[in-house]
Design a protein around this ligand. Structure first.
Ligand code: DO4
Ligand code: MG
Length: 290
């Protein structure tokens, strides 16, 4: 259970409040995402809730730099998602890179129906500082830096977060029917550490995302993209996900990558992948063989 609330100069991590304190605060709701959901439904005022928690001494303040560096305390996943889904080929670059003459990527880029795939369960997800996985049977696994949406009841967009849809591209390129194996495995999805609510984002189609891969001291890859290059609208992707499919509160939908690591520059064990959205700072994950 982790809800982190950022205030100027400090981060308040409700995980430190302990389960009893949190349960009292959210009136018996059983999961952190419910706090966000109830604020979204205007069932309570988060500011008053925060003030009450602070008065009761339930919040532990940490400097963001300490949390980011894992000093003293560390932020876990901001939500344990019941499911994580991914959208694919939502940026032109992704379609171009993947094409190998079959036309399927070009076709899905322009089709009305988007590519959506099941990506992960909560236990396959990793938080800031935890290792993302590279499959032992993959020779070319790449980071896929993406903006992910955290969904509430009826597909409401509760917030946005940074995500890495780590993927074994060689396995998918071998045969698209291998997609689930290229996408779903231990440590295949990193996200967080915070969820940014929509009211904090002036324009969700102007989010700049950066990625760098460090090998020791050396930067071996750097790339960037903006959600302005996204072919589809966020609501469109959510609408397709919710077709004939119950979407539970806390579901995460990763919206596709516009940052492509060139062939030959795949992730190696020990690399560190840094993802940033300038306003949020950098989230780092080391790479481990799984
Ligand atoms: O089928 C390929 C997956 C595409 C993807 O994950 C992306 O474009 O981000
Ligand atoms: Mg992806």
């Amino acid at each position: 259970f982790t809800v982190a609330v950022e205030q100027p100069g400090q981060t308040l991590d409700l995980a430190e409040a302990g389960w009893d304190g949190c349960r009292a605060l959210v009136s018996h709701e059983e999961c952190g995402i419910e706090v966000l959901e109830r604020a979204f439904q205007r069932e309570f005022d988060p500011q008053r809730w925060l003030e009450g928690a602070e008065r009761a001494g339930l919040l532990a303040p940490f400097a963001w730099e300490d949390l980011a560096a894992g000093r003293g305390a560390r932020l876990g996943l901001p939500v344990d998602p019941p499911e994580v889904w991914g959208a694919g080929v939502t940026y032109r670059r992704s379609a171009d890179f993947r094409e190998e003459g079959t036309g399927i990527y070009d076709r899905v880029y322009s089709a009305e129906r988007p590519e959506l795939f099941f990506k992960a369960t909560a236990w396959r997800c990793v938080a800031h500082g935890e290792p993302i996985g590279r499959r032992r049977d993959s020779g070319f696994t790449a980071a896929e830096p993406e903006i992910a949406i955290v969904l509430g009841r009826s597909g409401a967009v509760l917030g946005f977060t940074l995500a890495n849809d780590v993927s074994a591209w060689d396995i998918e390129r071998d045969n698209p029917l291998y997609l689930p194996q290229s996408k779903v495995y231990t440590g295949c999805f990193a996200f967080g550490p915070t969820i940014v609510t929509p009211d904090e984002i002036p324009d969700p189609y102007a989010i700049a995302l950066r990625c760098r891969v460090l090998r020791g001291e050396r930067e071996v890859f750097a790339g960037e993209a903006t959600t302005g290059q996204l072919k589809r609208r966020f609501e469109e992707l959510v609408g397709w996900l919710a077709r004939s499919n119950e979407v539970r509160t806390g579901t995460v939908l990763s919206t596709g990558t516009g940052i492509i690591q060139p062939l030959g520059s795949g992730l190696r064990e020990g690399d560190v992948v840094g993802l940033s959205w300038p306003e949020l700072g950098e989230r780092r994950n080391p790479v481990a063989l799984v």
